[in-house]
Design a protein around this ligand. Sequence first.
Ligand code: PA5
Length: 457
Amino acid sequence: MSPDIKIDIGRARSSAVTAEHGVSPAELKAIAPRVDEGHGALKADRARKRLGFYDLYKDKATLSGVKKSARAFVAEGYENFVVLGIGGSALGITTLVTALKPSYYNLLSADRRQGRPRVFVMDNVDPETFGAMLELCPPEKTLFNVISKSGGTAETVSQLLIVLERLEKSLGKAAVKRHLVVTTGPSSAKGAKSPLQHVKTTYRLQGFSVPANVGGRFSVFSPVGMFPAAVLGIDVDALAAGCRAMDRRTSKPSLKDNPAYLRAAVHYILSERKGKSIAVMMPYSDRLRDVADWYRQLWAESLGKEGSLSGKKPLQCRAQTPVKALGVTDQHSQLQLYLEGPNDKVITILEQSAFECSLKIPNFSARKGGVSYLRAKTMKRLIASEKEATADALRDADRPLIRITLPQVNEHALGQLLYMFEVETAMAGRLFNVNAFDQPAVESIKVFTRKYMGGKA
Ligand code: PA5
């Protein structure tokens, strides 16, 4: 367990960055009735089981099934664990691995990995990368987990078919079930089976279900994220406890008590009234870097819509474009633009208050050369100082900033953080007046792809 994560909107307030660029108490008060209305609608959808993501962490039976199955597979001693999936089927586990496994995990010895396999998340169809993975991961030493809610995504199906052929040729049909696990959604309303379901039945594979009421980008706490996490020794119970802790906070209706609603409201006000059309997520932590990637998909695919909740088209979709950055690396890349370019961004700094090591910078007395201030300090102090410097520079340039602080980077804190972002996105959908839970435009790309591959449009 770790304490609650902290959300501080102080530097996004008009008192910090002027009324032209920040939110005022009056604006927050004015939006409160809409937040209240959104809260009622989301609560009703949750109660009617239309929005399954809220309650995934409570599903003890599924979590214990996931853990049991992971234990059995780990006991087989696989050297590699490969996830085949894309979008919401891949970004969650990538985020958890980067945050919760040691840096350079795959390069550690089996002992240092505590008998857990190396991990590869294959979320693209670049043949060079995929071919390289196949060379590194011979069938007999590898467990594959193919993940697709629809069970028919071209990228994932093509990856699966390549892997399946290799497994069958090298190990024989009967052995495939020891090397391939399927995570997929239910059959279509008419009972039609997806390609993944066909493969699962044909090869008698073990598998997990993605609930029908949970969308891909909201599925990290379902078996989509939890089975890979359990295989890799990530504590799924502590993740669930983190969700529970945040659920307590985000079940409250008021902006004052609910950090997810507060962030949604601040982003909405800054977007609608202050021209902040870009939402930047900037972790000051390598371990949290992929949270920005996960959040980017969640925000973009959920809010970038032209249809309104009522079915009528709004005049103009004004959802924000999410951008990811990394502190301090992007201080030498994007920050110049953030400070002196168009004042069209709301920036979130995501920070961890504790690092596991501090790394002293050696004494430099003989060769001062203008960096004597570094002498006998630590790298931990340097990253903290650079973060404060960025925050101050942003304030002085009247750029609104929200800070999120994790007391520690562990399962409990990650559970809180990702759950909060999911609820925030759900509320942002209500405020921006769009359905946060579909992705109609992504379908058009699938149609064009089928055409280019010689299939029916
Ligand atoms: O959030 C979403 O719904 C998408 O990003 C999907 O996760 C992505 O398109 C992959 O879909 P599927 O899991 O059906 O293969």
